[in-house]
Design a protein. Structure first.
Length: 72
């Protein structure tokens, strides 16, 4: 199972979430520019997470299709 993980995409998600949290803290401390940067980071994390889920779904479909007997 661990072989099928796209580690680069997972690293992007973790990094973007971490930066979004830092930007949220900065925004709460009065740095309004951090809202824009945090929104971009959060959008990047969501985009990569959706791509990971889509890839996982496609792999599951291929695995399920391979386990069925062929049609006549």
């Amino acid at each position: 199972m661990l072989r099928s993980v796209r580690w680069s995409s997972l690293a992007v998600v973790v990094g973007a979430v971490a930066l979004a949290v830092v930007c949220l803290v900065l925004a709460l401390r009065g740095r309004t520019w951090a809202l824009l940067v945090g929104a971009v980071c959060a959008a990047t994390a969501v985009r990569e997470l959706r791509a990971l889920r889509r890839l996982d779904r496609a792999r599951a479909v291929r695995r399920a299709a391979g386990s069925r007997p062929p049609r006549p």
